[in-house]
Design a protein around this ligand. Structure first.
Ligand SMILES: NC(=O)c1ccc[n+]([C@@H]2O[C@H](COP(=O)([O-])OP(=O)(O)OC[C@H]3O[C@@H](n4cnc5c(N)ncnc54)[C@H](O)[C@@H]3O)[C@@H](O)[C@H]2O)c1
Ligand SMILES: [Zn+2]
Length: 367
């Protein structure tokens, strides 16, 4: 079991380990189990992990109930949030009670948003069950639902009371979901440098054909905890994304988000889009921030080993370029990029000339 503290206000612990569900009652802070508990989960996760979690929580709390929703991003709506407010209302939930989000990032974001807003905030515990949610979504306090065409358009910052990341749950994930999370792990390795590159390279093995690899080696306590540690430190430095440190986490995401959006969120999963976005960031870093060719090649090898797509298919290149400039993080018409001066040495706020953007997207299509 590895504990990483997130020094926000208030701070909290992320506990990463095996059999965390079974040990929930002993590991969670007393405040999490002192009131009533409503567990929110989805139809894929609940049959597998609700029984052991429920049994453990009942050891500390006599009133544990649950809500099981269908799975998928379509659930992240205000309508679903309103339904959940209804459940909390019926169950007479108070601010001393706890919402437990058991599932991937969708459940974490939705249940987190509901917990943040119901009665101006009830207690929240995140129990992430996907690699992506363990290394990224469950830590940092961003909670949201989608609105019209805007992903995560309505939301807030709301730190949980605790995060319980049970590595054992990652075994039942479909391989494509592990690949999704793998792209984020590669992002952390590029940001952190040698200390993380070596273990991630060892866990992944050699390059694999795109889309074929199952990066199961990344479902590892040390690796997940290292990612959480990095995210925790950027979040602590910039809790509400105002100062800039948190922007580091956007490495590969400026072009990645644009690829997702240009494909109408159907052609590429988030992980595939981030994999391509990271390849683009390596290419741009060589031209804008002096990344050496050996470092770039090492980063490319890592992406290939994580099963990232080789090239951008099926998505209009012009639309990708347009989407970059529409990026919500754009300020005053300029899109600041996070690039690398070397592996482990990120630089934020880099201006990338429009011609170079067109060129890198063309390269992604042709390489
Ligand atoms: N809040 C943040 O900081 C943040 C960061 C990144 C992503 N996100 C959000 O996270 C969401 C994506 O999260 P995700 O990739 O976890 O997707 P997800 O929650 O949809 O989970 C992916 C699929 O795996 C299933 N699943 C989950 N755990 C499982 C397990 N252990 N075994 C078998 N199946 C399991 C789910 O039912 C679902 O079908 C997006 O909505 C995104 O916006 C939020
Ligand atoms: Zn991401």
């Amino acid at each position: 079991m590895i504990v990483r503290r997130v020094e926000t206000d208030p701070g909290y612990e992320v506990v990463v380990g095996r059999d965390m569900l079974g040990r929930a009652a002993e590991v969670l802070p007393p405040a999490a189990t002192s009131g009533r508990i409503v567990v929110i989960s989805d139809e894929n996760v609940a049959p597998l992990y609700l029984p052991p979690l429920r049994a453990a929580l009942r050891g500390a709390c006599s009133d544990v109930t649950e809500v099981v929703l269908p799975a998928g991003e379509e659930q992240k709506t205000l309508a679903r949030a309103e339904e959940l407010y209804g459940v909390l209302y019926e169950r007479r939930t108070t601010r001393h009670d706890t919402v437990v989000a058991l599932g991937g990032g969708v459940i974490g974001d939705l249940a987190g948003f509901v917990a943040a807003t119901y009665l101006r905030g009830v207690r929240l515990v995140q129990v992430p069950t996907t690699l992506l949610a363990q290394v990224d979504a469950s830590v940092g306090g961003k909670v949201a639902v989608d609105f019209r065409s805007g992903k995560n358009h309505v939301g807030t910052f709301y730190q949980p009371l605790a995060v319980l990341a049970d590595i054992d749950t990652l075994r039942t994930l479909p391989a494509e979901e592990r690949r999704n999370g793998a792209a984020e792990v590669v992002k952390y390795a590029l940001l952190m440098g040698e200390e993380m590159l070596t273990p991630v390279e060892a866990a992944l093995g050699g390059p694999e054909p795109a889309g074929a690899h199952d990066p199961v080696g990344l479902c590892d306590e040390q690796i997940v905890a290292a990612c959480v540690g990095y995210k925790a430190s950027t979040v602590a430095a910039d809790e509400r994304e105002e100062r800039g440190e948190r922007q580091l986490l956007n490495l590969g995401h400026t072009i990645g988000h644009a690829i997702e959006a240009a494909g109408g969120f159907r052609h590429h999963s988030h992980g595939e889009a981030v994999g391509l976005g990271l390849a683009a960031a390596l290419w741009l870093s060589q031209r804008c921030t002096g990344l050496g060719p050996d470092d770039a090649a090492r980063g490319e090898r890592l992406l290939a080993s994580a099963g990232a797509p080789g090239r951008l298919d099926d998505v209009d290149a012009d639309l990708v370029v347009e989407m970059v400039s529409r990026d919500k993080k754009a300020s005053g018409g300029e899109v600041p990029f996070v690039l690398l001066a070397a592996l482990g040495r990120p630089v934020r706020g880099v201006h990338v000339a429009p011609e170079l953007l067109v060129e890198v997207v063309a390269w992604l299509r042709e390489r």
